[in-house]
Each structure stands twice: as C-alpha cells, then as structure tokens.
Design a protein around this ligand. Structure first.
Ligand code: NG1
Ligand code: ZN
Length: 528
C-alpha cells in the first residue's frame, strides 16, 4: 500500500495497542503509560515528517509527560514557529493513531493524496526530536525516528532537552537570523539578555536577595538550569538546587506544590521566609513559594507571576505614553484565582480575558494583541508581542523602553518556559527591590481547592465554552449550583474533564479554606 517508496519494514514492530477507548491528541498531545506509546510515536514521527514536507520546514517532536509520573510518557508535535501543532493536524494525528494495523497504510496514502503528495526529501524539511529524562524516552525516540524516516525525511535526535528548549530550537532552525539553533545558542541568548538588563539595575538593594532554593522536580530542568546559571553574571543569582536526580515528579514539582499547597519533599531544612522556586518535570512550568512561621507555605502561582509581569509591563507602557497606541492584555483561564482577576481589573486597570484551559487557547488569544501576558494558574505562561510593539519601543531611547525591549527578548515568546520565566521574575523583583513577601502581598489568594477524580470515560463530561458550567451531566451542574449557593457570595466552583488525563477536575473557591475544601469535597462526591 505504501507507494512512493515508503519503507514499511518497521510497521510490524509498531502494532497498535488497544485500550478500549479512542486515543486523542489532547491539549498536550498524546499521554499514556509508556508501554502503550511505541506505535503512537511511530505514527506521530511519520506525521511530523509529513508536516515537515508540506511546510519545507523544521518540525519538532517532543517526548514528555511533563508533571505526570515517571512511568507515563507522551508526545507532541511542534510547528515551524515553535508553536503548538495547527488544529487540523491534531485531527490527522488522532485519525492516524486510531487506525487499525490494516487501515494504517491506507490512512497514510489518503493523507498523502489529500496533501497533494508533498515532496520527498526537500531541503529545509527536517524532524527534530527531544525528550525529557524518562527512562522510556530513548526507545520512543527510536520509534519516532522509524516513523519519520518512513519517507526518507531527515531526522535529528537532540537528546535530553526541556520542552521549551525544543520549541526554541525549532523556531531558530526556521528563523536562521535569530542565531545558532542549539542548546548552546539557547543559553547564550538567555544569559546575554539577562546580563543586559542586570547591568542596568541598581546593585544597592535592601529587600531583594539573590538566594533562591530551586525544586527541579528530579527532571530535566536540573542539568539545564545549572548550565544556564554558569553563564549568568557573578552574584546575580545564588541558586540552591534541590531534587535533581531522584524519582521524577515524586512528591515534588510544580503540579504537586500547586495542588497540595505543600512544600515539596527535600525542602524540610529550608528556613522560613526564603524564596523557593519550583519547576515541573519538563521545565515549562514555574511557581514560587516560601515557608511561613505557622508551618504552611505561601504559594506564588502562575497568577501571581502573571500579575508581577503585568505590573512591570503596564507601568513601563504608561511611562512611555504607549497605553493607547499599544494593545495590551492579560489572558487567564477559569482556574485563575478570583482575587488575581480582581487585582488585574481594579489595581492595574487591565481587563482580564478568560479562555479555555490549554496553552494553545491562551497563546492564540494573546497573539491578537501588540503585547499580552498569558499564564495558567499552574505556572505555565509567558509574554507575547508583535513586531509593531517592538518597533514602537525602538523609537525611544529611554531607560524604560530599553528595559521593556530587553525583558521581551528574555522571555521566551514562543512558549511558557520555566527557566526564562525564572530569569524574568528575578529581574523584576530586583527592579522593584522586592522580597518574596512583598511580591506575595500584591493580593491575597481566595482560598481554593482542586481535586482530581478518575473516571471511566471523561468524554461523558461536556462543558460550556468558558468551562465554568457543565452541559452534561446536567443534573451534576444543578447540584454544583446549589452547593455553591450554600457557601455564600464568594464561592465559585466548576467541574471539567481533563484534556491530558482520564480524569475530571473539581475546582472550588470560597471565603475560607475550610469552606473551599468542603465545597470541593461535596462536588467530588457527587461526581464520583
Ligand atoms: P488538563 O489536564 O486539561 O486540565 C493540564 C493543565 C493545563 C495545561 C495542560 C497541559 C490544569 C488545571 N490543567 O490540563 O493547564 O497545562 O495540563 O500540560 O492545571
Ligand atoms: Zn510541563
């Protein structure tokens, strides 16, 4: 069936594994137990090569399951501009992966024909593959290579990288003027940009201290952040690395800290009030916290990072008189803390925009503005800006324009990047000469609780577009409405199916932590 010289030798090694439900290219590609993935990698490797051939560009294949357990893995395709895969290609991915063994060659042929038989081996088309530290990553890379080279597309294994690094590499491969497309280029770019701004900031500080504890989630972020740190100016940051080589994401990492509101394992000896930062397993999420005297932690999540950056941008745009000329927004999801949304509107004068969960939704919305900040509460986010925004800044030789230009280059505008975000946050804190406590005091989080519930089929849960109400099951939504009403005016809750795992998520906010816990528990019981 594979005409046009396709090499079917590997097909028999990659027979589909059925799990009783269709596989779907979710908000973060395919994520499954690693044992199920080889055939998916093979097919996605092929699809990535087809994407490379149709665009004549470099396409990325990232093998990671982010914050999920070590035994899971996953794959997603990165488009030529370093962005998430275009939506119609997500459909192709889902179709290809769900085809039976017999159907696969026909499905491939149909897709090739539909796309007008894109040229084989054209210059520029290449699949670049990267992986996180999961043990299964190496084998899955081989499966991706077998799929990608089915029609002789060039395949390059970039080995261990953070997810944002692979996005960066793909972007740079397709935008040669940006600099060298490799890990070294990534460190150089970030270290030099950091230094440019660092050199201009005051060194006589009262409240900001360069000392910082970093939870690397036992993931790829550990070795990569160490490499980056070595290139930073002396004394700029004093990072105490923790959780570098243990079991990936085990009792540590951004997801656990965000959901449990507890310090990660390995932080027992960290003194109270010291600034701690937390990556997730593939280093595309960042949250901060500090331990309080009462044994609890104060969490500074994605919302707080977003608002710190938003304050910095807003104040600079105002001082440059660019508020009218430059469209500016802050994009959040339903998980954004109610008080962060209030602060944005009331204190910063920025109208918040709420989009469905998943980076692609945030990114697409952000791209409509000259400059936008988008963050998920879980710590994934960045700043996007248009060429026009940059041109406007270039017209001015003021210090404020300089700071905004450098900050915009430092932040990875393609995708949320824990390492780049950390550098940005640290520079902004330095700029304001703020301690982590002063940053935390921007606003107080509304007490909240999130619970995951394993369900047989998450497809049974359908929400409205803003994800804040269930359309199905309707009876559950009635129950949620009643429960929320009983908890008073400040309460808010919703249930939505995860786009990455076979679970549904319950989220509740209320006037007190006890109320938020009870509200979430009550809804969880009704959902189960
Ligand atoms: P799902 O599983 O769809 O809730 C989670 C995160 C998203 C996003 C994706 C991709 C929450 C509530 N959801 O999606 O924000 O980061 O993973 O990794 O944190
Ligand atoms: Zn991640």
């Amino acid at each position: 069936q594979f005409t046009r010289e396709g090499n079917t030798n590997h097909l028999h090694e990659h027979k589909p594994i059925l799990v009783g439900r269709p596989y779907s290219y979710g908000t973060a590609g395919f994520r499954e137990h690693a044992d199920q993935l080889p055939f998916i990698l093979y097919r996605i490797g092929y699809l990535a090569s087809l994407r490379a051939r149709t665009t004549g560009k470099a396409i990325g294949v990232m093998i990671t399951a982010s914050h999920n357990p070590e035994q899971d893995n996953g794959v997603k395709i990165i488009d030529p501009d370093g962005e998430m895969l275009a939506e119609e290609w997500e459909t192709y991915a889902t179709e290809l992966v769900n085809a039976s063994d017999e159907e696969f060659p026909t499905a491939v042929r149909a897709l090739e024909t539909q796309l007008n038989d894109p040229p084989l081996g054209s210059t520029g088309s290449i699949v670049v593959c990267g992986r996180d530290t999961r043990a299964s990553g190496q084998l899955l890379t081989q499966a991706a290579r077998a799929g990608a080279t089915l029609f002789r597309t060039q395949f390059e294994d970039r080995g261990l990288v953070t997810t944002p690094q692979l996005h960066y590499i793909v972007y740079v491969l397709n935008h040669a003027s940006f600099g060298p497309a490799g890990e070294e280029g990534y460190y150089r770019h970030h270290a030099l940009t950091f230094k440019e701004l660092f050199d201009k900031l005051s060194k006589s500080l009262t409240n900001y201290t360069p000392k910082l504890h970093l939870d690397c989630a036992n993931g790829i972020g550990a070795q990569k952040m160490r490499k980056l740190e070595r290139k930073l100016p002396n004394g700029a940051l004093n990072i105490h690395f923790r959780n570098e080589t243990g079991v990936l994401n085990h009792e540590c990492g951004a997801d656990i800290v965000k959901i449990s509101h507890k310090a990660p394992a390995g932080f027992e000896d960290v003194p109270v009030n010291e600034r701690c930062a937390v990556f997730d397993g593939d280093a595309d999420r960042l949250v901060y916290f500090y331990k309080k005297e009462d044994g609890q932690i104060e969490l500074l999540d994605g919302d707080k990072i977003a608002l710190l950056i938003a304050k910095f941008y807003k104040e600079h745009l105002s001082s440059l008189g660019l508020e009218d000329e430059c469209t500016f927004a802050c994009v959040q999801t339903a998980y954004a803390n109610g008080n962060s949304t209030r602060y944005l509107e009331e204190e910063l004068g920025i109208t918040p925009i709420c989009v469905p969960t998943g980076v692609k939704h945030l990114h697409h919305e952000a791209a409509k503005y000259d400059c936008a900040i988008y963050f998920e509460a879980n710590g994934h986010g960045t700043v996007t800006y248009s060429d026009r925004f940059y041109e406007l800044l270039e017209r001015s030789d003021s210090e404020a324009a300089f700071r905004l230009r450098v900050m915009s280059r430092l932040i990875n505008k393609i995708v949320g990047d824990a390492m780049a975000d950390l550098l940005a946050v640290e520079l902004i804190l330095r700029h304001y000469d703020w301690s982590v406590q002063e940053w935390a005091a921007m606003y107080e989080d509304a007490p909240n609780k999130q619970i995951k519930i394993t369900v047989f089929d998450r497809a049974a849960f359908i929400t409205t577009k803003d994800e804040q109400k269930l359309i199905q099951p309707g009876s559950l939504q009635v129950l949620i409405d009643e429960a929320v009403k009983r908890r008073g005016e400040k309460a808010r809750a919703f249930v939505r199916p995860s786009g990455t795992e076979n679970i549904v998520r319950v989220y509740a906010e209320a006037a007190s932590q006890a109320d938020a816990d009870l509200l979430a528990a009550e809804i969880a019981r009704a959902t189960d």
